[in-house]
Design a protein. Structure first.
Ligand SMILES: [Zn+2]
Length: 556
């Protein structure tokens, strides 16, 4: 067993796995001479571990504990892992760099505060979106102080930085620094996209050939990080973590996807074995470990005993999410009664909330939703009364997502309107389905209660208004009312661009009543803060598709 010298500018071999000098650590495609067991043995024999910048450590591992790698031993069995390398390392330095790009040290504090405020606004938007398919993030200290973020949150914050760099306000704040360092906005954004793709890709199951061929693209990413996030502090980008990053494909070929050797599992264990018990100890240093162990033991005994008596208590069941697409649940229920109207759709609407307190607060439903239901009826020559049951929150299963997704569509929730965005599937003859999708603001969910009125499904099935009325036809479908983009935004475009600009279409032509099954993915959408028109939006590639953003760019 050996220990490494602290890595500073004068250490000969600062990285534990190779002989490279510090100056090689920013190399985007390094080829290292890796440390072998023989190298260490030879150095130890002549008492010259210092040549490898190593200390000798005599412990249980020193006397030939067998390890799987018989050539590189422990030095080849301890890969860099993404949590510390990226989340707790490189991304942290990137945020420092953004701080310095705006102004070094304490300068330009006003601009830094503005950037933090913008970042916070977009995070607020993101946490308000349908809660799935997007990473975690934080707002505790703003991005320019990256010190207090957890590793996984840093990745979430990197996504938000990407969004910030798309908005007019964000670009104005970043531009002076970009110009000074010859960075274009496009390159800055492309760099983050590639990095986010890589972060996801390393944890996915990829063909060996793809991993082998990934070094060129990873090299590009490493070069771009250094260009777009200039680092003057310390040794610049000559960091052991950068060197480990370049070696990720090597480690992945050896150990499989990066999740297999992620530090997150160990960190989790620390949490459950130590942190969770800390409250139940006296928190005195001399007995802390012992008391944590005792609490862990007690918990295991309780767990074991519980497993044993579960059947007697009738608790030996497994909860399974119903992933049938027809399975849904709505809450925030109301009945909306559309009174008879004239032939231009003018007539009253009464809303009756199941939760009486909402009635007292006089909360209404989206005027666009009312307009959509009324217009559809009038277009199909129905001027009579219609009653619908609607929901302001709707939970449903979506294809390809393991968990059910919540959509909010409410005029008033936590102090204001809250409408989630989603990807909506449309159908058009002779056009491939992947082309006819559109981002849309979800305005509400409802079902027709009145029988014998024209509904989208009945009309689509070819029934006439009179037929529907005479036979008192019933429609059991649940519908969503959506406000779509002015044009389709195909998946292929989002997969290619990661962030895609669109405009919400005009209210009179781009509000549709669609079946709930047409909603195919939650979507994170943000506004162009500081932009001149209020209709400009950006949608972001769902998290589940990020890995392919990187993978599909690898040259075979
Ligand atoms: Zn090396």
């Amino acid at each position: 067993m050996t220990g490494k010298y602290n890595a500073n500018g004068n250490t000969a071999c600062p990285h534990r796995h190779c002989f490279c000098p510090m100056s090689n650590f920013s190399n985007p495609k390094p080829i290292c001479r890796l440390v072998t067991i023989q190298d260490v043995e030879n150095a130890r024999a002549v008492n010259n571990l210092a040549a490898l910048s190593m200390h000798n450590i005599d412990n249980a591992f020193s006397n030939g504990v067998p390890l799987a790698d018989r050539t590189h031993g422990v030095w080849g069995s301890t890969p860099g892992e993404m949590l510390h390398l990226s989340g707790n390392g490189l991304v942290k330095y990137q945020f420092e760099s953004v701080h310095d790009l705006i102004g070094p040290k304490q300068s330009k504090q006003k601009e830094k505060d503005q950037l933090d405020a913008l970042h916070q606004r977009i995070i607020n938007d993101a946490t308000r979106q349908s809660d799935k398919d997007f990473p975690r993030m934080t707002v505790r200290n703003g991005i320019t102080d990256g010190t207090k973020m957890a590793a996984t949150e840093r990745i979430g914050n990197l996504v938000i930085l990407l969004c910030v760099a798309h908005t007019t306000d964000g670009m104005n704040l970043l531009k002076p620094g970009w110009t000074e360092h010859h960075i274009t906005g496009k390159r800055f954004r492309d760099c983050i996209k590639l990095q986010l793709g890589f972060e996801k890709w390393v944890n996915e199951s990829n063909p060996r050939s793809e991993v082998t061929n990934s070094t060129d693209l990873l090299g590009t990413l490493i070069k771009e990080i250094q260009h777009c996030f200039p680092r003057q502090r310390g040794n610049g980008w000559n960091l052991p973590k950068m060197h480990s990053l370049a070696y990720m494909p090597h480690y992945m070929l050896k150990f499989g996807m990066a999740q297999n050797f992620s530090g997150q599992i160990g960190e989790r264990a620390l949490k459950s074995i130590v942190k969770d018990h800390a409250q139940q100890t006296q928190r005195r240093p001399d007995v802390f470990a012992e008391q944590c162990a005792a609490r862990e033991f007690e918990e295991l005994v309780l767990e074991w005993a519980f497993e044993d008596i579960k059947p007697q208590l009738g608790l030996d069941f497994v909860r399974v999410d119903n992933t049938n697409p027809n399975h849904y649940s709505g809450s925030g229920e109301y009945e909306a009664n559309f009174l008879a109207c004239d032939n231009r759709g003018r007539g009253g609407v009464c809303v009756d909330w199941k939760d009486r307190s909402k009635g007292k607060l006089n909360i209404c439903i989206s005027p666009s939703l009312i307009l959509a239901i009324r217009s559809f009826a009038v277009e199909n020559n129905w001027m009579g009364n219609i009653q619908v049951t609607g929901w302001t929150r709707f939970k449903t299963s979506l294809p390809g997502l393991d968990e059910q997704v919540n959509f909010h569509a409410s005029e008033y929730l936590y102090g204001g309107p809250w409408y989630d965005y989603a990807m909506v599937q449309f159908e058009e003859p002779n056009i491939e389905r992947s082309q006819t999708v559109s981002p849309a603001k979800v305005l509400g969910f409802f079902r027709y209660d009145t029988v014998g009125v024209p509904t989208p499904s009945l009309v689509e099935d070819g029934h006439s208004r009179d037929e529907i009325y005479d036979q008192s036809m019933r429609d059991v479908n649940v519908y969503a009312v959506v406000h779509t983009a002015s044009t389709y935004v195909p998946w292929s475009k989002i997969e290619k661009d990661f962030v895609v600009e669109f405009k919400l279409g005009p209210v009179d032509t781009c509000i549709y009543i669609v079946k709930v099954a047409s909603i195919i993915n939650p979507l994170f959408v943000f506004e162009d803060y500081g932009g001149s028109t209020g209709e400009k939006r950006f949608c972001v590639l769902p998290n589940s598709r990020w890995g392919r953003y990187f993978g599909s760019r690898i040259n075979p």
